[in-house]
Design a protein around this ligand. Structure first.
Ligand SMILES: NC(=O)c1ccc[n+]([C@@H]2O[C@H](COP(=O)([O-])OP(=O)(O)OC[C@H]3O[C@@H](n4cnc5c(N)ncnc54)[C@H](OP(=O)(O)O)[C@@H]3O)[C@@H](O)[C@H]2O)c1
Length: 324
């Protein structure tokens, strides 16, 4: 058995609990591959694991997405080869903040036909860009010309949702952000207009609203839905109390509220999640989806968490694990 370095969560708590440990490199099971990790995406999701908001078995190696090269193939895996550069979702069991990770072969996107994609960018795509397509296309079933509002528009997933909406033929695409400094950053991600969250009530009506902030943002978004409008709930970054939604109000006003969770979706529908991942990777390789990436070394995972928790990031942070 080979050893590897991995960031672990030994107990739930603040970013200070994260620890760089030595561990055994995992071997792929049936239908899985192992990957030598070049970069691991840093996401809000890992904050929720670390805080114990999402219950995980401890000690836990977080990390829901990586780029790197295939290290070994489990039994029954076809169409992938050792040494192949890939981007992958590791969201079902985590483990991405490590030198080696295993995942289902379904959740892998080969990169060898996408020369233009650098491995740091490739690590930023699996969670956010895949989610953006699934939320708009599969969940909200967006139609050409429909108007879209996206919360936390300058963030990791927010920066992808605006661009994906545009690619899917949306009409007016509006982003909402939490501070004035993020307005210009969000505009660079394809939004027609960007407003402050507290001014969102004046932004008009929308056919689709994507909310990952929760609290007052969620409450006001419901009022912004046009008749037959759909709100997709996909996070609660504000940490606010859950918002009660009246089913009778939805009935009287022709509105729909849906939920989306990529981890549960990938576990239930790995082939479809993999297809959405490969669609996102191809769009990024064609230059249709832009990602703004900043890289920190794996050892600085705690610093990455602190920045995400303090809403200090725009675009995407990735952790450099190994030069491959
Ligand atoms: N359901 C899924 O499958 C799925 C997939 C990807 C992401 N998500 C969710 O989408 C959200 C964004 O995730 P991300 O990884 O892309 O991170 P991110 O956008 O880079 O960071 C979260 C953003 O949320 C906003 N926010 C509002 N209140 C906040 C608070 N009290 N503390 C920190 N941030 C706050 C901030 O943007 P402003 O400054 O503009 O307010 C912040 O930048 C998270 O809620 C995450 O759980 C869900």
């Amino acid at each position: 058995m080979d050893g590897m370095r991995a960031i672990t969560i030994p107990e739930f708590g603040s970013a200070d609990v994260l620890r760089l440990d030595e561990a055994e490199a995992p071997e792929p099971g049936q239908g899985q591959v192992s990957i030598d990790v070049a970069y691991a995406g840093a996401n809000f999701a890992e904050i929720l694991y670390r805080q114990g908001v999402v219950d995980v078995p401890l000690p836990f190696v977080p990390g829901i997405e990586v780029s790197g090269r295939i290290r070994a193939l489990g039994s029954g895996v076809e169409g992938l080869s050792i040494g192949q550069p890939v981007a992958a979702l590791t969201i079902v069991d985590g483990g991405g903040y490590a030198e080696v990770v295993t995942t289902s072969a379904d959740l892998v996107a080969p990169l060898d036909n996408h020369d233009r994609l650098e491995l740091d960018v490739a690590a930023a795509l699996p969670s956010n860009s895949t989610t953006a397509f699934l939320v708009l296309d599969r969940v909200a079933r967006i139609a050409p010309g429909e108007d879209v509002l996206v919360h936390a528009a300058a963030g990791g997933v927010g920066s992808q949702l605006g661009q994906a909406a545009r690619l899917l033929g949306a009409g007016r695409v509006v982003g909402a952000v939490g501070s004035p400094a993020k307005i210009e950053a969000a505009k660079a991600f394809g939004y027609d207009e960007v407003v402050l969250r507290e001014q969102v009530a004046e932004a008009g009506q929308f056919d689709v609203v994507v909310d990952m902030v929760g609290g007052t943002a969620r409450r006001s978004s419901l009022d912004l839905l046009a008749p037959m409008g759909r709100m997709v709930v996909m996070g609660n970054a504000s940490g606010a109390e859950d918002v009660g939604i009246s089913a009778n109000d939805l009935w009287f006003t022709n509105k729909t509220v849906s939920g989306f969770n990529l981890a549960a979706f990938s576990a239930a529908f790995p082939e479809e999640a993999g297809r959405a991942l490969r669609r996102a990777v191809a769009a990024a390789a064609r230059g249709e989806l832009r990602v703004r990436v900043e890289s920190l070394p794996l050892e600085q995972a705690a610093e990455a968490h602190r920045r995400i928790e303090a809403a200090r990031t725009t675009g995407k942070l990735v952790l450099e694990v190994e030069r491959i």
